[in-house]
Every structure is written in structure tokens, then in C-alpha cells.
Design a protein around this ligand. Structure first.
Ligand SMILES: Nc1nc2c(ncn2[C@@H]2O[C@H](COP(=O)(O)OP(=O)(O)OP(=O)(O)O)[C@@H](O)[C@H]2O)c(=O)[nH]1
Ligand SMILES: [Mg+2]
Length: 302
């Protein structure tokens, strides 16, 4: 990776892997740090499936974050790939930032996380997230308990959703990161394309608007993404892939109502992302049991 010259001697820069159990708030924190939504979020665990890079720019500081899927003892093929993607991101990091949901402990996933952290030698900072949801006394007990769970460089309580203590967290990371020039130009926010994020924003609405197995059985591909009228209009055609025809009926809904809702909300999100009008056409298609099919998993970008 090339570096940018003309930096001051005391510039700090480095790679930080965002780690944690599913649903801890990793993607919410990344969006908060960047001040822009590049990674989708939802109340349901296992929302993020890929490694997504986001670049934070501060005074004499650049932090390159990898948002990663949540780490847990995965069983099926897609989930094993997701956890592998997370763990391999750690190997490329100068620092691992672990997020824990302070409001709803997940003992099994947390034990797995700590065990995975103990197996590697990178410095680790712990952020206890969602402190807006916990009592102060509970939080103090949590800080106490977590401080002994691993040799953390720092333990910082935060609220990603409300932006509480984010500056303290950045300071704690800067203290650990190495000196060196920035890796990316100052205007770069992410390495994923607008086309990729557009597909993710559609998947986000499926996570938010459908229940049960549907979000997990869904993959989205963007088939066309073309700018018209000098970029003022973007035409997008995307396909929602499902595992079974019964799921297709649910996603389409009565007289197409559900698909319409998914389309309208994701179009609004994509318009905000692109700062342009969007013409969005969605197709729904069944690819039988794609989560068990390594080739299909790869074809859908995982
Ligand atoms: N109250 C509260 N909710 C939060 C906070 N941070 C995140 N959340 C919510 O927690 C849920 C999960 O957030 P995500 O950012 O998708 O979590 P994640 O760790 O990226 O999850 P996966 O991608 O599934 O591993 C969402 O509903 C967020 O709005 C917080 O500080 N306070
Ligand atoms: Mg996520």
C-alpha cells in the first residue's frame, strides 16, 4: 500500500480491526466515527458479512478501520466464512478494538471472543458499548469484570448510537498506534464502492423489514449501476436472492406491498448516499439453498 508524503513527523497512523460479538454495535460505531453511513446496521445479529474499510481522519492522525462480521462459534458454511473474514482481519491490524454490548451480555460469544483474543499478540482496547442503556453501578461492575478478562491497553465505556465518549476512545487508540505517514489521501472514507454500499442498503432494509430466517437467507447483487444526466440520476437494477420459493412470497408480500416498502426505503437511503436521484428496480429470485453452496456464496461476494 502506498503512503502519502508531506506529513509531519509526529503523525500517527494504523489499522484497527473492529471486533466483537454479533450485534455489539461495531458498524454503528464505524459510521459514528466517520460521520457517514458506510456500513449497514440492524437489531438482528450477523448483519455485516464482509470486511468493510473505513478511514478516520483526525489532526495528525489517520485510523484505518476494518468493520468485520461478529465473532461467535459459527456452524453453517456462510457463518464460518464470516467469522474467518473477521479473524483474518485481526492479523492485518496494529490494534484490535473490541466492542462489547454492555446492556446484554452474550456469555458464549464473549467466551469465544476472549479465547480468540488470547490466541494472538496484537494490542487490544475494549469499548463497552451501549452505556446509554445501563445503570452507572452496573457499568462499574462491568468495567471491573472485563478489565480482568484480557490484558487490554484500555477499557473505555461508550455509546456509539449517541456519540458518547467517542473522543476518549479515539485518544486511547491514538496512544497505541504507531507513528507513520497516512495510508490514504485526506478525502478517502472507504474502499468499498458506492455500488457495493447500494446493495448493502437494500440488504439492510430486508434485515429491518422481514423476520425469522428471511434476512439470513438473503443475498443482494447489484446488476446495473449507471449514472444518467451527468450523475444527477442513477439507475440501479438489483436482485434479491433467496433460498426457497416460500420466502419469495414473503419478500414480495401481498400485492407486492413488502417489496415496494423495501424498494422505497432503500431508494431513499441510496439517494442520501449518492446525493442523486435514484431509479431503483428490484428483482426477486430463488437460488436453492445458496448458503450451503460454496460457489454461490462466492458469487454473492462472501
Ligand atoms: N442503545 C444503543 N443501541 C446501539 C448502540 N450502538 C449500536 N446500537 C444498536 O445495536 C444494534 C446492532 O448494531 P450494529 O452496529 O448493527 O452491530 P454490529 O456489531 O455491527 O452487528 P453485526 O454486524 O451483526 O456483527 C443496532 O440496532 C444499533 O442501533 C448504542 O450505543 N446504544
Ligand atoms: Mg455490523
Amino acid at each position: 500500500m502506498s503512503t502519502i508524503n508531506n506529513h509531519s513527523e509526529d503523525f500517527k497512523s494504523g489499522f484497527v480491526a473492529l471486533a466483537g460479538a454479533p450485534n455489539a454495535g461495531k458498524s454503528t460505531l464505524l459510521n459514528r466515527l466517520l460521520g457517514q453511513k458506510i456500513s449497514i446496521t440492524s437489531k438482528k445479529p450477523q448483519t455485516t458479512r464482509n470486511r468493510i474499510l473505513g478511514i478516520f481522519h483526525g489532526p495528525a492522525l489517520q485510523i484505518v478501520f476494518f468493520d468485520t462480521p461478529g465473532v461467535f462459534p459459527a456452524k453453517d458454511r456462510l457463518n464460518i466464512r464470516m467469522v474467518d473474514a473477521a479473524l483474518s482481519a485481526w492479523a492485518d491490524a496494529d490494534l484490535i478494538l473490541v466492542l462489547v454490548d454492555a446492556a446484554s451480555p452474550l456469555p458464549e460469544a464473549e467466551r469465544f471472543l476472549i479465547k480468540s483474543l488470547d490466541k494472538q499478540s496484537r494490542p487490544v482496547i475494549l469499548a463497552l458499548n451501549k452505556i446509554d442503556l445501563v445503570e452507572k453501578s452496573t457499568l462499574l461492575a462491568l468495567i471491573d469484570r472485563w478489565s480482568g478478562a484480557h490484558d487490554f491497553k484500555a477499557v473505555v465505556p461508550v455509546s456509539a448510537r449517541h456519540g458518547t465518549q467517542i473522543d476518549e476512545l479515539v485518544k486511547a487508540m491514538a496512544a497505541v498506534l504507531p507513528s507513520g505517514p497516512p495510508y490514504f489521501p485526506p478525502d478517502t472514507l472507504t474502499d468499498v464502492s458506492e455500488r457495493f454500499i447500494a446493495g448493502e442498503l437494500i440488504r439492510e432494509q430486508i434485515f429491518r423489514l422481514t423476520g425469522e430466517e428471511i434476512p439470513y437467507a438473503t443475498a443482494v447483487t447489484v446488476d446495473t449501476f449507471s449514472e444518467k444526466k451527468g450523475g444527477r440520476l442513477v439507475k440501479i437494477e438489483a436482485t434479491i436472492h433467496l433460498e426457497r420459493s416460500s420466502q419469495k412470497g414473503i419478500v414480495i408480500g401481498r400485492q407486492g406491498a413488502k417489496l415496494k416498502q423495501i424498494g422505497t426505503r432503500s431508494r431513499e437511503q441510496i439517494e442520501r448516499l449518492l446525493g442523486a436521484k435514484v431509479y431503483l428496480k428490484l428483482f426477486v429470485r430463488v437460488q436453492k439453498n445458496w448458503r450451503k453452496d460454496t460457489r454461490a456464496i462466492r458469487k454473492f461476494g462472501y
